[in-house]
Unconditional design. Structure first.
Lengths: 267, 403
């Protein structure tokens, strides 16, 4: 099934925004300082931005960048949000409070704990009433989201915003799930090409796992890719950035590969 | 859309294990709700708890080692569901028929195995604050959001596409929509859909903090309704194309509609705009008119806001005559598993020709305009629309019917 990429957003160490990421991923320059960037997520109303979690701001920030680049109206765009572990920072605070004798938790903390918090905030910020699917598929969350996005774009004939985002959890939970970096990426995907489409993706789900999953040549980027489920998108983003045809092999759980033939749409 | 057959389905909730126990409780108007006796929770409310989960660990038998790592309340409930109504053998037959890679597992959950994390936080190392080692190694298999789909596909030996959808209460209703797309797109030939959510301190204290818990058993649509009652459940359906699986009278998914409110994290859109969009989407996809629906299973949580806004939305799509009711007075609100639980109840309405009334409710709120049933009715039912709305303003409506 074929999809067109109309916009990309990224946030990660040395990968703040698509312009910077494109140059780094196309190997035009090395990955810069690894200090984690701060999301602005300007589309969120000030009140909501103050209340929202880091993870929500990361997700909304890249969603906003991709949508601007695609020049898409959020009211017309469905969304797929993918996070492996969700709001671990909020869950840490909740479980800490629940371990005290009073067990007093704030209503705000509770409704921010849901896995679909970022999707909810995106809806609140944009007023979009289109469908939003929020999912987890452990390390293959991005891959599962790509499948849902391509199926949705084709069968519902609508633009789809895909957002993948995962942050390292705070200390006690970090030992359970030592995620690296902090990474978020967003793609605006369409069933038909637009004049500003960046690339065509042709997706095939395959049971043949004899080929090796595509990795990153740069050691720092490879560490991010293998250590953060959202960053499993990096090989695909790199192929889009390089602007020449490439086959990207993404692992879908331990059982299948998602093959993505990437073809640039303009020079 | 072409109808997709639910060739096998089952549910476990506070009403009991499997279709027969569920049907009998509905028919006899016996609620599964009881005063809260979950762990040491000190909240004056009722719950819909599944009996005996404390005593049936996941594991044992020849695959003990492989399965034991998944042991937690949520996966115990999943296992209990898989063991009802021949669901496991039906899934294994589908695996043989289509191939291991051609059967997907698409489930919904809102809190997964968070109870394990709650327990771990009570046993932190006093010196370092570290969580117990056994918790750390099992996190992936218990609390991680993908855990229940990981467990189910491992238990059933399936290698097809999988995911857990987590959109709060609408999770397992949306699992049907995604599975329908995956089958249509050719990513799989059949899908195990459904959802599991189990009681935990997070939801009990969380809903208490929002002041949304009823003191007694919930009373949907009642003039005096004072909030929702939380429950737990697991349900599964095997979804396939009608080719080999459809026989006359089989239950099928005829339509689904998904939407968002784009309004508030925990309060529904005041005019029910998202809810209306979901219902209309389901009708459109099924090629159906409002008059084609014989019964609406409401989201009907029994909070003041939900029931009145949903009533407004139902009334604007269906008018005042389509019979509707909420079954939350039987099961409680089982959150991410509500979608599958109420889809299975819809299937029971279709196959056993009855419509449940609204349990615990004595006087329907006079401001509601929809046709809210209080008593059960014996009648042929051809098509049911089921509404599920969730936190974050995430909505899904399903239409089930017989083919």
């Amino acid at each position: 099934m074929v999809l067109y990429v109309n916009g990309v957003g990224t946030l990660g160490p040395g990968l703040a925004g698509w312009a910077e990421s494109r140059a780094v991923l196309a190997s035009e320059r090395p990955c810069g300082d690894a200090a984690p960037p701060e999301p602005s997520a300007g589309v969120l109303p000030a009140n909501e931005r103050r209340r929202s979690s880091d993870l929500v701001r990361w997700a909304v920030h890249v969603a906003q960048e991709a949508m601007q680049q695609a020049d898409a109206d959020a009211h017309e765009v469905a969304s797929v949000f993918a996070s492996c572990d969700g709001e671990m920072g909020i869950l840490d605070r909740l479980c800490t409070a629940l371990a005290t004798p009073q067990r007093a938790i704030s209503p705000t903390l509770f409704h921010h704990s849901v896995h679909n918090a970022a999707s909810g905030y995106w809806g609140i910020a944009t007023g979009s009433q289109q469908s939003s699917t929020v999912l987890s598929c452990y390390d293959s969350s991005f891959c599962a989201a790509l499948l849902e996005a391509v199926a949705y774009a084709h069968l519902e004939e609508r633009l789809v915003l895909l957002v993948a985002y995962d942050l390292p959890p705070p200390p006690p939970l970090y030992a359970a799930r030592p995620l690296q970096g902090g990474f978020a990426a967003a793609l605006v995907l369409a069933r038909t090409p637009a004049p500003h489409s960046l690339a065509q993706l042709d997706l095939t789900l395959s049971n043949d796992r004899s080929g090796e999953a595509t990795g990153m040549a740069d050691a720092r980027l490879e560490a991010l890719r293998s250590g953060n489920p959202a960053a499993r998108s990096l090989p695909l983003l790199a192929a889009i950035a390089r602007r020449h045809a490439a086959l990207v092999r993404l692992e879908y759980l331990e059982d299948q590969h998602l093959l993505v033939q990437v073809t640039p749409c303009r020079s | 859309m072409a109808p997709l057959i639910l060739s096998r389905y089952t549910v476990v909730s506070a009403l009991g294990k499997g279709l027969d126990e569920t049907y009998r409780a509905l028919r006899d108007r016996r609620s599964g709700l009881r005063p809260c006796d979950f762990e040491d929770v000190a909240i004056k409310t009722y719950i819909g708890r599944v009996e005996g989960l404390e005593d049936v660990p996941v594991g044992g038998g020849s695959r003990a080692k492989e399965l034991a790592q998944f042991d937690c309340r949520n996966n115990r409930l999943a296992l209990l569901g898989l063991q009802q109504d021949g669901f496991t053998s039906a899934a294994l037959e589908a695996r043989e028929r289509y191939g291991t890679h051609r059967v997907a597992v698409i489930l919904g959950s809102s809190t997964s195995g968070i109870l394990e994390t709650e327990h771990a936080y009570r046993h932190r190392d006093p010196a370092t604050g570290a969580l117990p080692t056994s918790y750390l190694t099992d996190y992936r298999y218990t609390h991680n959001m993908f855990s229940v789909a990981h467990f189910v596909r491992t238990y059933l030996g399936l290698k097809g596409p999988a995911m857990v959808i987590s959109t709060a209460c609408s999770s397992s209703a949306k699992a049907f929509a995604t599975a329908a797309r995956f089958i249509e797109a050719g990513f799989c030939d059949a899908a195990v859909v459904g959802g599991v959510d189990s009681l935990c301190q997070t939801i009990l204290y969380g809903f208490a903090s929002l002041e949304l818990l009823a003191r007694g058993p919930c009373r949907p649509c009642d003039e005096e309704r004072d909030g929702l009652t939380l429950g737990e459940s697991a349900g599964f359906a095997l979804l396939e194309k009608s080719g080999g699986a459809g026989h006359a009278g089989a239950v099928a998914l005829l339509g689904y509609g998904e939407s968002c409110d784009g309004y508030h994290m925990s309060h529904p859109h005041p005019e029910g705009a998202g809810a209306i969009g979901a219902m209309q989407g389901a009708l459109r996809r099924g090629g159906l008119q409002p008059r084609d629906i014989d019964y609406i299973n409401l989201h009907g949580t029994a909070t003041r806001a939900n029931d009145s806004i949903e009533d407004n939305a139902v009334n604007s799509v269906f008018g005042p005559s389509t019979p509707c009711s909420s079954t939350k007075g039987w099961t409680g609100h089982t959150l991410g598993a509500a979608g599958i639980t109420e889809a299975v109840i819809a299937a029971l309405c279709l196959t056993r020709s009855f419509v449940p009334g609204t349990l615990n409710t004595t006087r329907v709120d006079s401001s509601l305009r929809s046709h809210v049933l209080l008593e059960n009715q014996e009648q042929p039912v051809r098509r049911v629309l089921s509404n599920i709305f969730g936190f974050g303003g995430n909505n899904c409506s399903l239409i089930l019917g017989t083919v």
